[in-house]
Design a protein around this ligand. Sequence first.
Ligand code: F6R
Length: 611
Amino acid sequence: MCGIVAYIGYRQAYPVIIKGLKRLEYRGYDSAGVALLNHGIKLYKKKGKVAALEEITIGKDLDGSIGIGHTRWATHGEPSDRNAHPHLSANGKLAMIHNGIIENYAALRHELIKKGYVFHSDTDTEVLLNFIEDIQKNNESTLEEALRIALKRIVGAYVIVLIDKDDPDTLIAARKGSPLVIGIGKGEHFLASDASPIIEYTKEVVYVNDYQIAIIKADELILKNLGNERQTPFIQKLDLELAAIEKGGYDHFMLKEIYEQPHTIYDCLRGRLDVSEGTITMSGIQNNIDLIKNANRILIIACGTSWHAGLIAEYVIEELCRIPVEVEYASEFRYRNPVVHKGDMIIAISQSGETADTLVAIERAKEQGAVILGIVNVVGSSIARISHAGAYTHAGPEIGVASTKAFTAQLTVLAMVALKIAKERETITNERYLHLINELNEVPEKVKQILDGADYIKDIAAKYKDVPNALYLGRGYNFPVALEGALKLKEISYIHAEGYPAAEMKHGPIALVDENLPVIFVATKDTYHEKIVSNIQEIKARKGKVIAVITEGDETIKGMADDIMPIPEADELIAPILSVIPLQLLSYYIGIAKEYDVDKPRNLAKSVTVE
Ligand code: F6R
């Protein structure tokens, strides 16, 4: 939520910031702005995407080698020019960008209004900025001291970066709860919400921790805690290539990421799954195996698509490991009073590793003695860092806002984790274990087959693109796939879609069925096949249109459905990694047919760092 970029060094700051903001646009894109420091503060901001900001800066004075930029996902105040960041403090000396939410902003605003402050936006950011200015004025302190005092009084999450007209050689930043990476160059520094704006300049980065303040000059980086004690920056090497964050010839990141799945799943298996030896090597799991295998209960905590991966993992882990599993929405878990015992294991699933609800939920569970296993895509992210153990999904940067390749990588890792635990607990026969290892090994090739022959999905998309509603149904392992298919359609095409367990249909949703309602069945050959065939018949009897994801060669459903999307045969535990692929493509092609911005669907943002 919200992307921030800042630069200090010998280059012109503006082009570095604009390029960086475009890379971070996935985090929010309802307005953008930049402030440059060069004999005073030059401020440009505009409602809309970064391209709109670029347009208004044509012919303007953009000179300056220190600057801050922001692309916004609105929380306080509608998307508009005046609510766009950066904001200026009342005396015009400070400019600030902010990612996060200041929860006690209303009380602070009230306090400041009583002191005569006038606000020019509806944002919590402007309140925090003037609060800092007010402390600086009253205490006659440095900006750094004022910031420290202010941060001790605010409640909420933030990454902020400030420039000060009176100190034109310094950037000041602070973090709590939202991500901040600092790239270390020779005589220059880059700040950003993730590493993508930084990689073409330097591979040396520092991930700023919660409650740290960074004082940054062109050739110096000082980190301090809120107690004003210096802390040694931990410099890490980025393992990321520029090509990974570019479209590489595809029209959209979403399509590129869908088509990358044979590789990303392979990368996820590589070095872990050894079919000839019949082994799975996952050091994060292995090092904590006693804790993990003896867990009394597993709680899976996640949001959105990652939550759907968790639901599939619940079925797989209970089946293979015989440990009870509960899957929780992080946002619910963090606010109720959940019972967590010492022997419980939490699996936190997150692509970004920064989702605020998931992060706080696992912090709560950790306080209560649970062991946290993080299944995360972004290396070095907050969830990865606070987990006791974990496994990265190695899907590479996912830039399309709708999650695709991260989901199939999560399913792949979770299947390996389940197999590993089952083997340790001896709740799986050797024959079944080896069979499933083989099945997993074949997934990249099967995904490739689906993608190579997927052009026909464009025709199905053209046929159904104008429907107002759609129902997605599945049973067993494919029920969460139905939920995920419905979520993808909603996000990308703005068509109302609901996912249900197919058997639940007759308890209500069947009332929706008529000749206009497309019902998308995820009906591959599994234990529930006969049952789902009956469900399809029930829909056909009511004249509903049936589109079915089926196993190749399934003549029964082929004969009943209006449209089919076949996938290669696979074990039912593994099939969701395949059955979701046609659903991703269906949503993509419907979104394209409707001429929507599939990479940046309205109202959404990639990394939900606010609750
Ligand atoms: C849907 C989607 C979201 C995310 C959710 C959790 O396409 O991308 O539902 O899955 O916001 O995000 P992470 O996995 O980053 O914690």
